[in-house]
Design a protein around this ligand. Structure first.
Ligand SMILES: [Zn+2]
Length: 432
């Protein structure tokens, strides 16, 4: 068969197989055949570029999300080593007041529910700068933070929170257990979705957890991502998009049982799961678990077709946003952005929004001011510039903060400025 014949036959074969490379499910190992959504090529969302880099090349990686037809894990392939992303991380959790408060309420609830005290031991995976463990330390409970980024771990240690610098998995658990013992509470917030080897990660937790211990994890819920059209929460650092049913399956394979679950409003809608050793009969499985499992089954999370409609939803959002922006520019209006969050990067790159639509965006973080958005090169300025330039429209990139920003930006009404929310669908907020 000539090379030309092979090319003519190509449409019947999955593109990944033609390239001699097939992506495999990171949980069950099946070859991935079903696209959830393909957002094209995008740069890493935290690489805000400096003035002198504007003429340089930038690495772009595919944002192609798959759904496994065996276990229904929605996932991105790993293109960038976690060490490259997380070793010198710029995100310090303590800079967000609402997140620290969320952590404080959590520590109180867990202390009460599981009777934690001076006899107990708590460990947190991806403990960041100690934003959460500080509350346990204050209560006299022995703690250990496990954090891969040395710079944020150093901030925790300086606050008196014992922290070990490592990526978590089986090897880390084998090092930690003999030295620090086994925790009564092992927790991790927004880390499960960010680990490339989810089997090694969950196996490590199984190994480390005390005999009667409890694991809690928080992660964005796939159901919310799909129903609320949150496709901009897809970025390279975020490898897995998790339903309750799939997480339950992953934990079960490693001898862990989910015995409770809570639904939280954080990050556009998250789950907090509670796990224990499968043979620990001291904690029975709650109604919440049964109810959520049944709800996901009723919604078809165990059928590949359920996932196939998402792509069209995303395309329609892009068309509506561009229609609005084009009409506004034709009418001679000025448009700027608010915020430079990771999700903004996905939205701007996928929709091809550059300075042709947004004159600039603003961000409170001094670390981002004076830089440019990755890939799209929109200047990031100080928020005060909005009052100076009086734009007609302000596109809110961190749409999850809509309530907070409505109040903070109420002053734009003085010149008839309007706020625009892109997700779940485009809305121009009317004056109150
Ligand atoms: Zn799978």
């Amino acid at each position: 068969m000539s090379q030309q014949d092979a090319c003519l036959r190509a449409p019947s074969v999955a593109a990944t197989e033609i390239a001699g490379h097939a992506a495999h499910c990171r949980f069950c190992g099946l070859v991935l055949r079903h696209t959830f959504v393909d957002l094209g090529m995008s740069p890493l969302c935290q690489t805000h570029i400096e003035l002198h880099q504007l003429n340089h090349m930038e690495p772009f990686y595919p944002l192609h999300v798959w759904v496994c037809h065996g276990c229904f894990l929605v996932q991105l392939e790993q293109y960038v080593a976690p060490a490259e992303i997380f070793s010198d991380y710029a995100y310090f959790s303590s800079f967000s007041d609402s997140w620290v408060e969320h952590a404080r309420r959590y520590t109180e609830a867990m202390t009460q529910r599981f009777g934690l005290g001076r006899h107990s031991k708590v460990m947190e995976i991806a403990s960041n700068d100690g934003y959460l463990l500080q509350h346990f330390v204050r209560a006299g409970i022995a703690c250990l933070g496990i954090e891969p980024a040395a710079n944020v771990a150093a901030a925790a240690v300086s606050k008196g929170i014992p922290t070990t610098v490592q990526f978590f998995g089986v090897a880390a658990a084998q090092r930690i257990a003999p030295e620090h013992g086994r925790p009564d509470l092992l927790l991790g917030n927004n880390v499960l979705a960010h680990v490339p080897d989810i089997n090694d990660f969950v196996a490590g937790m199984k190994l480390l957890l005390g005999e009667r211990g409890v694991i809690t994890m928080e992660f964005p819920h796939l159901q919310q991502l799909m129903e609320q059209n949150q496709f901009d929460t897809i970025y390279h650092e975020h490898f897995s998009y998790l339903s309750f049913t799939t997480v339950e399956r992953i934990f079960a394979r490693h001898g862990l049982t989910l015995f409770d679950v809570e639904e939280l409003p954080t990050h556009g809608g998250s789950l907090r799961i509670f796990a224990r050793h499968a043979n620990d009969a001291s904690k029975s499985v709650t109604r919440n678990v049964v109810a959520l499992r049944e709800r996901e089954l009723a919604k078809g999370f165990d059928r590949v077709e359920t996932y196939s409609g998402f792509r069209e939803q995303v395309l329609e959002t892009k068309r509506k946003l561009l229609e609005f922006l084009i009409a506004a520019k034709r009418a001679g209006k000025t448009i700027v952005g608010y915020g430079a969050p990771g999700k903004g990067n996905t939205l701007l790159n996928y929709c091809g929004i550059r300075q042709d639509f947004l004159d600039y965006t603003v961000d409170r973080s001094p670390h981002k001011q004076g830089r440019y958005t990755p890939g799209t090169h929109i200047p990031i300025l100080h928020p005060d510039v909005i009052a100076q330039t009086r734009p007609d429209y302000i596109l809110l990139l961190p749409w999850n903060l809509e309530q907070e920003l409505r109040e903070k930006l109420a002053y734009v009404q003085a010149w008839g400025g309007k706020l625009v929310v892109p997700i779940p669908q485009l809305r121009v907020l009317s004056d109150r």
